[in-house]
Each structure stands twice: as C-alpha cells, then as structure tokens.
Design a protein around this ligand. Structure first.
Ligand SMILES: [Zn+2]
Length: 290
C-alpha cells in the first residue's frame, strides 16, 4: 500500500510539473479556464487525474479503498499549490512590465500589489493577483493590480475545491460494486442470478426467502425457487433488485450480493450501492454454470 501511495504522489507531481511547464512555455493554463464561475479546467483535471489513477489500480487488480481517496485529496492539493509555486518561482517582470519565465528583469516578489500595497508574496500572488491563475490588470509604477481583487480570491478558491470534489466523485464512480477477495488480492467474478421488481408484497416474500436461504439447510432449493420465479421485470415498477453471485476462482469464496436499481421517468436505470450481501456455502455453486 505504501508503494501505491508513493507512486500516486509521484504521478500527481509529474502531471503538475508538466502543467506548470506548459503554462510557462506556451502560456496555456487549464486552471484559468472558466465558464462564468464554473472552473471547468479544474473539473477536467480532477476527473482526468483520478481516472488515470483508479484505472491503473483496476488494471492491476488492486482494491480501490478509501485511503486512496484521502491520499488523492492530499496529493491533488499539494500538486496544485506546488505547480503554482513552481510558476511563481519562475515569474520575472522585465523593464516593460511584462511577465516572462526565463529570468529577465526582476523576480515578481520584488514588486508590490498596488491595490493592497503588499509585496507580491506567494500568498498575495495566489489570492490577490490571480484570476484563476492568470495575472490580469496592470497599474503603473511597479505594481500589478486587479480591478476586482475579491473576485480573484474567489476564483482561486474554486479551483482547489473543484479538484477535491471531482476526486471524491471519481472515487465513487470508480469503485466497483464487485467484491474484492482479500485472500487472493483480486476482484471476484460476477454472475447475475436473479432480478425482480421491488416495492410490493411479492418482492418482500422474495427478499425473505433470500434471507432464509442463507440460513436454511434447504437453502439451495429455496434460492433455486427465487431464480426460477423472478427473471422478468414488470413495466409498472420503478425499482428493482439484481442478485449477483460474486465468487473467487482461486479460493471458491462465494457471496450473494443484492444491488438496488431505480428507474427514472425516461426509463434510465440508476445503479445504487450494494444493498445486502450474504456469504454462501460452496454448495450454492451448483446453481450456476461456471
Ligand atoms: Zn480468493
């Protein structure tokens, strides 16, 4: 796990360094991309960076755990401000009061913000002089200024918030509803065994039967009955349950996992989390063709 977290930190740092270089070399700064107040750039980067990381975990059969969401938040914030500092550190202003990143003229910290009168520290640079991350406005003397300083701070705060929000959303999206076999360090296989609408007495009976089958001696027969009866959805209900076997090829662990779905007015199915899971005995394997 430590190796994965180190790798994650490096991955985010490399992406941040690349983005800093792109900004300085080509003047393109994705964090300065807003539509109205919505920081589109941050939303895109938050999605992209999380997707790369979670896809890598999935490809290597590594369980997507909460800890990685927390470390993602940590690294994404560090990388974001790291990138900003990297750009700030390389920002110089020449005699024509134009910004360059190649060391011509004086470093930006030697100037002052003509609105606040403060010298341009990193904090001042981030929260007062930036619009997103693009410095705008210029008022004579040696000072840079922004017409609406508070707006700059607001836009600046929206960037890290959006990054964090996307990291969290992507965590929930990426987390598979398939169970993970901790013994064999891999995701289990999944096979659907039944499906039925919920919200009526019939469904409640079925749910009771499922509950019963995991405890009863005749459990296999009871589950067989559930499977036989319920393979059709009624058009009138807007909610249904899918029962899946989650099983590990290696160690033969078997679970029955119930997942709830809802159907909206347009007929689109929305998958909700795992509703219930039951450990099943190996003898239940008979019910599926492997
Ligand atoms: Zn296993």
């Amino acid at each position: 796990m430590l190796m994965i977290i180190i790798f994650q930190g490096l991955l985010y740092a490399v992406i941040a360094a690349c983005m800093g270089m792109i900004k300085m070399r080509f003047g393109f700064d994705i964090f300065g991309f807003y539509i109205s107040f919505i920081p589109i750039g941050s939303l895109i980067i938050g999605t992209f960076i999380s997707k790369i990381f979670y896809d890598m975990l999935k490809a290597r059969e590594i369980q997507i755990r909460w800890i990685y969401c927390i470390t993602s938040i940590f690294f994404v914030l560090i990388s974001y401000y790291g990138m900003k500092y990297f750009v700030y550190y390389n920002t110089y202003i020449d005699s024509l009061m134009e910004i360059n990143y190649v060391g011509i003229g004086n470093h930006i910290s030697e100037f002052y913000n003509s609105d606040t009168g403060n010298s341009v520290t990193f904090h001042e640079y981030c929260f007062q002089l930036n619009r997103g991350s693009e410095m705008i406005g210029m008022i004579g003397g040696n000072g840079y200024s922004l017409n609406m300083p508070n707006m700059g701070a607001l836009l600046e705060v929206l960037n890290p918030i959006s990054l964090v929000v996307m990291v969290i959303i992507m965590f929930f999206t990426a987390k598979p509803s398939i169970m993970y076999c901790k013994k064999c360090n891999k995701y289990m296989n999944e096979k659907q065994v039944f499906i039925f609408n919920t919200g009526d007495n019939f469904a409640n009976t079925m749910l009771e039967k499922i509950e019963q089958c995991t405890k009863d001696e005749e459990g296999v027969e009871i589950l067989r009955e559930v499977i036989r009866v319920n393979q059709e959805l009624r058009g009138t209900s807007d909610e249904f349950v899918v029962g899946n076997y989650n099983y590990c090829d290696n160690c033969n662990q078997l679970y029955l996992v119930l997942i709830r779905y809802t159907i909206n007015k347009q007929g689109v199915h929305k998958k909700h989390g795992i509703m219930k899971k039951y450990v099943l005995d190996e003898k239940f394997f008979r019910l599926i063709i492997r």
